[in-house]
Design a protein around this ligand. Structure first.
Ligand code: FES
Ligand code: FES
Length: 201
C-alpha cells in the first residue's frame, strides 16, 4: 500500500506539473481511481478457500484475505447490482444481506463470512416477478439516478425483517445508514412502509 500511495503521489505531482489547471484535475480521478480500485487477487500467497451460498447458489472461491465481500461479489462473481459508493461504510450503497442481516459489504472481509448465505439485489425477485418491495419502489418513485437503490432495497428488506418499519419515523431512523444523493427519501420511506404493511397482512 505504501508503494501504491507513493506512486499515486508521484503521478499526481507529475500530472499537475505537466498540465496544470482543469486538464490535470480531469485526469486525476482516473489516476487515483485506477490505483485504489484494484481488488486483491486470488493469486496472493496467503489466499484461502471459502464457500458461500450466494442467491441460492453454492459458490467456492479462493480469495485473498484482504478481499471485501463487495469486491468479491462485483469482481469475482459479476454481481454488479451491489454498488460501490464510498467504499468506507458511509453510504450504504453496498448493503447486502448476510445470513439475513444487513451488512455493508465494503467493510466485510470475505474470509470473515466463510460458510455464510449472502443475498444480493440479483436474488430478490422471483424470476420475472418483482419482490413486493421492488414493486413498491417503482410505485412510489423511490429513486432518481438509481445508484443507491439496490442498497436501499436490501436495507429495506432488513428493516422490515427486523420489525423496524411500523412508522415513517421508525423507517427513516433505521434506514439512516443508506444515503440518497438524489433525495428520494419520501418515496423510499413510503415504499418500505407499503411493503412492510403487505408483509403483515
Ligand atoms: S460503499 Fe459501502 S457503505 Fe458506501
Ligand atoms: S436515487 Fe440517486 S442516489 Fe438515490
Amino acid at each position: 500500500m505504501a508503494d501504491a500511495l507513493s506512486e499515486i503521489s508521484l503521478t499526481r505531482r507529475t500530472v499537475l506539473q505537466v498540465s496544470g489547471g482543469a486538464a490535470a484535475l480531469a485526469v486525476l480521478p482516473e489516476v487515483v481511481g485506477s490505483a485504489y480500485a484494484q481488488a486483491p487477487t486470488e493469486g496472493a500467497r496467503d489466499a484461502v478457500e471459502v464457500s458461500f451460498t450466494v442467491n441460492g447458489t453454492a459458490t467456492d472461491l479462493r480469495v485473498d484475505p484482504r478481499l471485501s465481500v463487495l469486491d468479491m461479489l462485483r469482481e469475482r462473481l459479476s454481481l454488479t447490482g451491489t454498488k460501490k459508493g464510498c467504499n468506507q461504510g458511509a453510504c450504504g450503497a453496498c448493503t447486502v444481506l448476510i445470513d439475513g442481516k444487513r451488512v455493508n459489504a465494503c467493510l466485510a472481509l470475505a474470509v470473515m463470512y466463510d460458510g455464510a448465505t449472502i443475498t444480493t439485489i440479483e436474488g430478490v425477485a422471483d424470476g420475472e416477478t418483482l419482490h413486493p418491495l421492488q414493486a413498491a419502489f417503482i410505485e412510489h418513485d423511490a429513486f432518481q439516478c438509481g445508484y443507491c437503490t439496490s442498497g436501499q432495497i436490501m436495507s429495506g428488506l432488513g428493516c422490515i425483517r427486523e420489525g423496524h418499519a411500523s412508522s415513517a419515523e421508525e423507517i427513516s431512523y433505521w434506514m439512516s445508514g443508506n444515503i440518497c444523493r438524489c433525495g428520494a427519501y419520501p418515496g423510499i420511506v413510503a415504499a418500505v412502509a407499503q411493503a412492510a404493511k403487505e408483509d403483515r397482512t
